[in-house]
Design a protein around this ligand. Structure first.
Ligand code: E4P
Length: 218
């Protein structure tokens, strides 16, 4: 399973990369705004700075919602670096744009996916990644993980190459359950990745090993 970090914060991206387990980054307009990144040139420069940290897979989201606008923006984003994946919302013009980008060899991430039907459309259009949002479904009383399972099953039935990128992942159990289901990718904040390190028996065991070593060696 690939690990993506869901942030536009450069130090979090660097920390996850330095851990040696990072396969990519997802951003969205809210995450960019949270870092105070505004204005065309600053946004472009920030995406480039992210690309300079990681090896591949930097999702950069278009703001346009009409076909021509999405194509123009997506092409400009794709020119920043070969690592860019153009993130396109699950709307009618977005699906058309994904089909176009696929024919041009530009990778896409279809975002804001909340149903199996939407995921099926994204795959048929040739999206490289589909992003179902687990946490936001859970927030409205639906079952986010069940959607991941359904999409994995549907894609397996037909051998779609679109990778299931579980998004809006809020805690480690989301991540572990996505791994059990067979999601191709999980994107989450840094703390969800680093929380995987923790187990009280690891801490207890290490303390005992070090204490015994000290007793024997002085
Ligand atoms: C996906 O790419 C989105 O950026 C993200 O996972 C949304 O997560 P949130 O629901 O925690 O904002």
């Amino acid at each position: 399973m690939k690990f993506f970090i869901d942030t536009a914060n450069l130090s979090d991206i660097q920390e996850a990369y330095d851990l040696g387990v990072l396969d990519g980054v997802t951003t969205n307009p809210s995450l960019m705004a949270k870092e105070g990144i505004a204005g065309h040139d600053k946004v472009m420069a920030h995406y480039k700075a992210i690309c300079d940290i990681v090896d591949d897979n930097v999702s950069a989201e278009v703001i346009a919602t009409d076909f021509d606008g999405i194509i123009k923006e997506g092409k400009e984003l794709a020119k920043i670096d070969d690592k860019i994946v153009v993130k396109v919302p699950m709307i009618k013009d977005g699906v058309k744009a994904i089909k176009y980008f696929t024919s041009e060899g530009i990778r896409t991430n279809c975002t804001l996916v909340f149903s199996s039907g939407q995921a099926l459309l994204a795959a048929k259009a040739g999206a490289s990644y589909v992003s179902p949002f687990i946490g936001r479904l859970d927030d409205v009383g639906a079952d986010g993980l069940q959607l991941i399972q359904d999409i994995v099953d549907i894609y397996d039935n037909y051998g779609y190459i679109t990778e299931v990128l579980a998004a809006s992942v809020r805690h480690t159990m989301h991540l572990i359950q996505c791994a059990e289901i067979g999601a191709d990718v999980v994107t989450c904040p840094l703390n969800v990745i680093t929380s995987l390190l923790n187990h009280p028996l690891t801490d207890k065991g290490l303390a005992q090993f070090l204490a015994d070593h000290k007793k024997a060696n002085g």
